[in-house]
Design a protein around this ligand. Structure first.
Ligand code: MIG
Length: 753
């Protein structure tokens, strides 16, 4: 009945074809079609050079085929192609409902039994962490109304979720870029389904022993971030728009004068000449080269916005080249499509095409060569202001790998292809430097090209809360590098709200303050001395814990783990964590519980099982309980796990200001602790050819005796740290301290070696 290939099987029955591919023992690709067609990957799937097929056995018994890998059994019913996934103990992990896949003309669906207690992931969705009982949709949308719990569509689409119950965890990635739907127990409490308005029923079942492993396996499939330039983890300041050039310089100077660390300044759309991409405004930015040089001398990096829309203007070279070479997206009559965006009538490069991406990359290269450090892609859903549903018609025409496809298929991936072109351009300009791109719209896999932010929020406490589950679910969906506009984009900023937002924001992966035109200015000093002082304290703290944050990006690049994690990611066995959306973990050592309501000076905090230390006063807490924690205006509740090792460094005005030789290593009491520290030059791509170091830091603490071990486990980078400063936290009894078996004396709980 079936045909076996080296990576799976194919069966045909009742006019349908089922293909099961064993990507590895835990990642199973299911493709079912009622047409004569080949399976297609979207851009989400990372192309790997070596896709070594893994071992599996297939057996057939009347109407049942059983496939066995080293971790799973897959049971296929040949009558209806319904599928069951079991683990090696024979426990059913996932099971089709009522025949599983259904085709209704242009609508395909896969029904599954609803056996899970929680569903996480789905990328950038408004609302809480757990999506069980919800009905979700994926269609990249520039939502201009205030985002809230009821907001269905935002800028990014990640057709991926993780199911969790008491016995198991798994993920499903639906590799389909059309408008897709996920009914996670909204319609029924017996089944859930996912489907799309077109395209293929092509999904991946991703098994993992826990959420961590599911995310690791999902990002094995869709790729992981490259190490970002270290400066992109610094504080960043933006506004729509800083103009003219003198204003930009004044903002930059103020950061330096006030000694508030800052690495990046953003130029929003007004720097351009009539919103023409790759141009400079001849009045307000006449001496932009000089401005760029001055910013560079002050240690600032510059990121400019680049939108996809190209102004229709015969005197404008980008438009002319695009028309002459036929690079723009077409309408259904094969005429270049024109839509209204900031430049007025505009055309949209078909970024799905290789030749168009190369052209764009060349334009971008010349543009950034003048001194631009990173690129910010906006309006790339694409947003079309006069379009039906604020985008282009679904029957517009694109070309992918030489084949014509409609916008209905291209829409959700348009931004990711644009990010790919942008990355290519930055690499063309500076082949040895890590590119940095910030994108508003996205599809699964975006992490290979760009960081993202959560779009146009507002200066509302609700949005300070909302950013937490959004960033956490983005992290669970393979995108570890995200953040929200700190202080809120729309509406006028407020002092107390800004303070609470910066307190939380410094612990989010991407840290950028941004605000809309016409709203109150929003820099750390815009709201008076109190806000300035508190902002400075927290931004400095960000720079202090940078080695820790950088290590988390290293882990993200290796395993796909989020930088900012929901508690359930670390404490899956503690059911109290399953629904927590207003606290988060920065890595596995620091728990952050922001205050996100006005006039609140106390916060209820759940600490998972184990011992925790209050970061500010060292107070010890026993986890597994809720506590009320004092949180006066300048305090965000922060807790460190017992046995934690946290690397820090001295604050700098900007990354690279000083040569950092010393690593400050904070050890928190516990019977033992272990931590791997990563270092490289922070800017070049040499790490990818081995120029980095890994240091294993370990301790044991018994009866007042502390033994520390420093062990270089990989050495490839020469300019690393030369000194360690160990700081002992909560070790009330320290009789003897050994470092690599030599005895040292601590003075005030500090040892420098
Ligand atoms: O509709 O470029 O989300 O960050 O400042 C406004 C102007 C277009 C939307 C982005 C916002 C940016 C703004 N843009």
């Amino acid at each position: 009945m079936f045909t076996k290939f080296n990576d799976g099987i194919v069966v045909k029955n009742n006019g349908k074809t089922l293909q099961i591919r064993i990507v590895n023992s835990k990642i199973i690709n299911v493709f079912i079609t009622d047409k004569d067609e080949e399976r297609k990957d979207t851009i989400a799937i990372e192309k790997r050079k070596h896709n070594t097929p893994c071992n599996f056995d297939v057996s057939e018994n009347s109407d049942i085929i059983t496939i066995k890998t080293e971790s799973l059994s897959i049971i296929v019913n040949l009558n209806d192609f319904s599928i069951k996934f079991l683990n090696l103990e024979g426990l059913v992990i996932n099971e089709d409902y009522n025949g599983g896949v259904r085709f209704y003309n242009n609508d395909i669906r896969c029904y599954k039994k609803l056996n899970e207690d929680h569903y996480y992931g789905f990328g950038e969705k408004a609302g809480y962490l757990d999506k069980k009982g919800e009905n979700l949709e994926m269609w990249n949308t520039d939502e201009l109304m205030t985002h809230n719990q009821g907001t269905k569509l935002l800028y990014q689409s990640y057709p991926f979720f993780i199911g969790l119950n008491k016995k198991y965890t798994y993920g499903i990635f639906f590799d389909n870029s059309f408008r897709s739907f996920f009914d996670m127990g909204f319609e029924s409490n017996e089944y859930y389904y996912f489907g799309a308005k077109g395209g293929q029923m092509n999904y991946y079942f991703i098994y993992g022993e826990n959420i961590k492993e599911v995310v690791e396996n999902y990002t094995y499939l869709t790729g992981r971030i490259n190490m970002p330039p270290m400066w992109s983890l610094g504080n960043q300041q933006s506004r729509y728009s800083y103009t003219p050039q003198e204003k930009v310089l004044e903002i930059a100077k103020t950061f330096r004068e006030k000694e508030i660390p800052c690495d990046v300044i953003y130029l929003d759309i007004d720097y351009m000449e009539g919103y023409r991409v790759f141009t400079w405004n001849k009045e307000t930015f006449l001496n932009y080269k000089e401005m760029l040089k001055k910013l560079r001398d002050m240690g600032f990096k510059v990121i400019t916005i680049v939108d996809p829309g190209v102004k229709k203007d015969y005197a404008y070279n980008v438009y002319r080249e695009g028309i002459e070479n036929d690079y723009f997206v077409k309408d259904k009559f094969s005429i270049p499509f024109i839509g209204h965006v900031w430049p007025g009538e505009s055309l949209f490069p078909d970024f799905l095409r290789d030749d168009v991406r190369h052209w764009w990359a060349d334009k971008l290269k010349d543009f950034v060569n003048e001194g631009i450090d990173g690129i910010w892609n906006d309006m790339n859903e694409p947003s079309v202001l006069d379009g039906i549903n604020k985008t282009m018609p679904e029957d517009n025409v694109h070309y992918l790998n030489g084949y014509k496809i409609l916008h209905s298929e291209a829409h959700n991936v348009y931004a990711t292809y644009m990010a790919m072109a942008t990355q290519e351009g930055l690499l063309k300009s500076r082949p040895n430097e890590r590119p940095f791109i910030l994108s508003r719209a996205a599809f699964s896999g975006i992490q290979r090209y760009a960081a993202v932010w959560t779009g146009d929020n507002r200066s509302l406490y609700e949005h300070l809360l909302l950013m937490m589950p959004m960033i956490m679910n983005l992290g669970l969906s393979g995108q570890p590098f995200s953040g929200s506009d700190v202080g809120g984009f729309g509406d006028d900023g407020q002092e107390e709200l800004f303070i609470r937002w910066i307190e939380a924001g410094v612990f989010t992966p991407f840290l950028r303050i941004h605000s809309a035109n016409g709203t109150r200015e929003q820099e750390p000093w815009s709201f008076g001395k109190r806000c300035e002082d508190i902002s400075k304290k927290y931004i400095k703290m960000r720079y202090e814990i940078l080695p820790y944050i950088y290590d988390l990006f290293y882990i993200a690049s290796q395993k796909g783990y989020p930088v900012m994690r929901p508690l359930v990611f670390e404490y899956q066995n503690d059911e109290n964590t399953h629904n927590i959306y207003d606290e988060f973990m920065l890595g596995d050592n620091i728990l952050v519980a922001p205050v996100y309501l006005p006039s609140k000076e106390i916060r209820e905090v759940y600490l998972p099982k184990g011992i925790w230390y209050d970061y500010w006063n060292g107070k010890e807490f026993e986890g597994g309980k809720h506590y009320l924690i004092d949180a006066p205006i300048d305090v965000i509740p922060l807790f460190v796990k017992e046995g934690a090792i946290i690397p820090k460094q001295n604050v700098q005005a900007y990354i690279g200001e000083k040569q950092i030789d010393e690593l400050i290593v904070e050890l928190y009491k516990g019977s033992c602790g272990e931590y791997i520290h990563y270092e490289d030059d922070g800017i070049s791509i040499k790490y990818s050819s081995g120029e980095y170091n890994l240091t294993d830091l370990k301790f044991e603490y018994v009866n007042g005796i502390l033994k520390i071990y420093i062990n270089r486990i990989y050495s490839g980078y020469k300019n690393g740290i030369k000194k360690y400063k160990f700081v002992f936290k909560n070790f009330n009894k320290l009789d003897k301290i050994f470092i690599n078996d030599h005895e040292y004396k601590a003075e005030n709980y500090v040892i420098e070696i």
